[in-house]
Write a protein that binds this ligand. Structure first.
Ligand SMILES: Nc1ncnc2c1ncn2[C@@H]1O[C@H](COP(=O)(O)OP(=O)(O)OP(=O)(O)O)[C@@H](O)[C@H]1O
Length: 258
């Protein structure tokens, strides 16, 4: 892929994200919900990890806690060796800005800007100039070169989401967190988005974490973790869709797996 390698690529066997006995409790009394109940995990640098589980199992909560978007109730999260959970609000904002990339179900592109301006926006905000070779590699991998002068309103949902992925990757974050990135897309567009994220991990050494409740997402993963009722209950390495469905049937309440 254009011979572009990141600093991440040579440090592939290190731990990029670590959670130690993470708890997240919402509310108290009768409305108390323990969304995460003692989650421990280590995610390897340069791997694409998918966190799966049924609706309400705590996937989004876990992603938000790992990414420093939400404070935890107990336990610790580290990105590299930085203790995310021990940072003050300002430092957490800086960590998210400098070291974390996000892709959400909606692409959240700015409609007044061109595709190119959207992709460059995170760097523009912090006054960093793009490395043109890296920009080209990211744009070509995302398959959006022909769209650079378009505005988001002129793109399909799948194209918009690939632009959002390119925007997340361009600053070379330590981790890209994606929350149901294909939730709004048809199968083909979803496959293109997931293919992009997998290539970012394989070819650029980008650490990627995706949460999803759809078994077909797992075929792009190096590793799948299964969350049930706020706890990690199982995992598979480089799984087939059939293996994922089998594990989901064991892990999930009856009738939850389609
Ligand atoms: N802000 C909040 N306040 C109170 N409870 C919450 C809040 N956010 C999530 N929860 C609860 O925490 C639990 C886990 O929710 P979460 O959204 O993390 O699950 P999920 O696996 O991502 O679900 P889905 O697949 O439907 O998005 C659920 O019981 C949910 O109702």
């Amino acid at each position: 892929m254009n011979g572009v390698h990141t600093e991440n690529a040579v440090r592939k066997d290190e731990t990029a994200v670590r959670a130690v006995d993470v708890w997240k409790v919402y509310g108290d009394g009768e409305v108390r919900v323990a969304a995460l109940r003692g989650v421990n995990l280590e995610l390897t640098r340069g791997a694409l990890t998918v966190i799966m589980g049924p609706a309400g199992s705590g996937k989004s909560t876990l992603l938000h806690c790992l990414a420093g978007l939400d404070p935890v109730t107990g336990g610790d999260v580290y990105i590299d060796d930085t203790p995310v959970t021990a940072l003050c609000d300002r430092s957490r904002v800086r960590l998210r800005r400098d070291r974390v990339g996000f892709v959400f179900q909606q692409s959240n592109l700015l409609t007044a800007l061109t595709v190119e301006e959207n992709i460059l926006l995170p760097l523009s905000i912090i006054g960093r100039a793009p490395d043109r070779r890296w920009f080209d590699a990211v744009v070509d991998t995302a398959g959006v070169r022909d769209l650079l002068r378009h505005r988001p309103g002129q793109l399909s949902g799948g194209q918009q989401q690939r632009v959002a992925c390119a925007r997340a990757l361009l600053p070379r974050p330590r981790v890209i967190f994606a929350d149901e990135p294909t939730g709004d897309l048809d199968a083909r567009s979803g496959a293109e988005v997931l293919g992009f994220l997998r290539n970012a991990a394989r070819d650029f050494g980008q650490t990627v974490v995706i949460v999803s409740r759809h078994a077909d997402v797992a075929r792009y993963a190096d590793r799948v973790l299964f969350l049930s009722d706020g706890q990690l209950v199982s995992e598979l390495a480089a799984p087939t869709t059939a293996a994922v469905l089998g594990t989901m049937r064991v892990c999930e309440p009856a009738g939850a797996v389609g």
